[in-house]
Ligand binder design. Structure first.
Ligand code: FMN
Length: 340
C-alpha cells in the first residue's frame, strides 16, 4: 500500500514539475543591448553565442543572430548554406528568410520585409522585429540604453502596463530608428577586421547606420601580402588608376548628412578601393569624417588620395586608430569633433 502511494506521489510530483517547467519556458524576458555580446534571460546574464556576436543597427533596423533568442523561447532555427536560407519555427509559425532578399515566407505565404537578412563577418544577421512579431513576441526598444527587450506572449500584458505608465522610457524601434538612422552613416572597408572594430564603435557612439564596403573580388591572404611585390595589393597600390570593383551599393546614400568613412592604411596610403568608393557617390551637402587604422603610420594624406576624387562634401580632418581602438578613445574623439 505504501509502495502504491509512493508511486502516485512520484507521478503527481513529476506532473507538477513538468507543468511548472513549461510555464517558465513560455514566460521569458530577454534583454539585448546594441554592441553587447551578453544578454539577460529572466534577469540572469549569459553570452549570446560563443562567437561573441552582439546586436547591431543596420539600415535603421536592429539585427542580431537570432538563434539564441528563438532557442531561448523554445523554438528552432535551421540554416541552409546551399540556398542561403534560414528556417525558423516557433509553436505553429514557420518563417523562411533568404539572405539579401526582402521577401520572407510566413507559413508559406510570401511577405515583404523592409530589411533583408545580411551576412556580416560570416555571421547571418536577421531582422529581429519581423521574426519576433511574427512569433507573437513583444519587442521594445529603449533608445537611451540601446536595449531591446523581447517578451514571450505570456509577459506581453505586463509590458503593456509598464509602457502605459512610463511612455517616455520605451520607444518603438520603427518610430525612432529611421529618423536617427537616416542622419549618420559609418561606411568602411576592412580586410583583417581592425577597421571593423573602430567602425562598429563609431556607429554605436553616434547611433549610425553601418555599411561595409566589400570588394567584388574579395582580398585573400596572398592578395594582401605586402612582402610580395607581385601581390594584388602591391600592384594596385603602385597604380594610382587602379579601381577595384565594389560589390553592392549603399541605398539611400542621399539621406545621410553625416558620413564617417573608414579604411586601413596600405603603404602609407588608402586602399585603391576607397577611390572607387569616392567616385561612386555624390557627397554634396554631406559632412564627411574620415578615419583609418594602421600598424603605426599616421593618416597623413591618405584621405586626400580619394577625397579629391569625390564630388562635393565637407571633408573633415581624419583620425588614425590602432587595431584595438577603445570605446572611450572613440567617444572622446567624436565629442572633440563637435558635430552637433
Ligand atoms: C597590404 C598592407 C599594407 C600595409 N601597409 C601599412 C603601412 O604602410 N603602415 C602601417 O602602419 N600599417 C600598414 N599595414 C597594416 C594595416 O594598416 C593595419 O593592420 C590595419 O589596421 C588593417 O586594417 P583592417 O584589419 O581593417 O584591414 C598594412 C597592411 C596591409 C595588409
Amino acid at each position: 500500500m505504501n509502495k502504491k502511494f509512493g508511486l502516485w506521489f512520484l507521478l503527481a510530483l513529476l506532473l507538477v514539475m513538468s507543468f511548472s517547467m513549461s510555464v517558465s519556458a513560455a514566460d521569458k524576458e530577454i534583454v539585448l543591448k546594441i554592441d553587447d555580446p551578453m544578454m539577460t534571460v529572466n534577469k540572469s546574464e549569459k553570452q549570446i553565442d560563443s562567437f561573441g556576436t552582439a546586436p547591431v543597427i543596420s539600415n535603421g533596423r536592429t539585427l542580431l543572430p537570432i538563434r539564441a533568442v528563438v532557442e531561448e523561447m523554445g523554438g528552432s532555427v535551421e540554416w541552409n548554406a546551399e540556398n542561403k536560407q534560414t528556417e525558423l519555427k516557433y509553436a505553429d509559425t514557420e518563417i523562411v528568410l533568404t539572405t539579401d532578399s526582402k521577401t520572407a515566407l510566413l507559413n508559406g505565404a510570401e511577405t515583404a520585409i523592409d530589411t533583408a537578412p545580411v551576412i556580416i563577418n560570416a555571421r547571418t544577421f536577421l531582422p529581429i522585429r519581423f521574426i519576433a512579431e511574427s512569433f507573437g513576441f513583444k519587442v521594445d526598444w529603449n533608445s537611451e540604453s540601446k536595449t531591446i527587450t523581447i517578451l514571450s506572449s505570456d509577459k506581453t500584458e505586463e509590458a503593456e502596463e509598464v509602457k502605459e505608465t512610463q511612455p517616455e522610457d520605451t520607444e518603438e524601434v520603427k518610430e525612432t530608428e529611421p529618423e536617427n538612422a537616416n542622419k549618420t552613416l559609418v561606411v568602411y572597408f576592412s580586410v583583417t577586421g581592425n577597421t571593423d572594430n573602430a567602425a562598429k564603435k563609431i556607429a554605436s557612439e553616434t547611433n549610425a547606420d553601418i555599411y561595409k564596403i566589400e570588394a567584388k573580388q574579395p582580398y585573400t591572404d596572398e592578395d594582401i601580402d605586402y612582402n610580395d611585390d607581385n601581390s594584388r595589393t602591391s600592384k594596385e597600390q603602385n597604380d594610382k588608376s587602379a579601381r577595384p570593383e565594389i560589390d553592392g551599393v549603399i541605398e539611400n546614400f542621399d539621406d545621410y548628412s553625416l558620413v564617417f568613412v573608414g579604411y586601413p592604411i596600405w603603404w602609407g596610403d588608402s586602399p585603391r578601393i576607397m577611390s572607387t568608393f569616392a567616385e561612386s557617390y555624390d557627397f554634396t551637402d554631406k559632412t564627411v569624417v574620415p578615419f583609418c587604422t594602421s600598424a603605426s603610420s599616421p593618416i597623413g594624406s591618405s584621405t586626400k588620395t580619394f577625397s579629391q576624387l569625390a564630388k562635393g562634401g565637407k571633408w573633415l580632418e581624419g583620425k588614425r586608430f590602432s587595431a584595438n581602438a577603445s570605446q572611450t578613445e572613440i567617444s572622446e574623439w567624436i565629442k572633440s569633433l563637435d558635430l552637433n
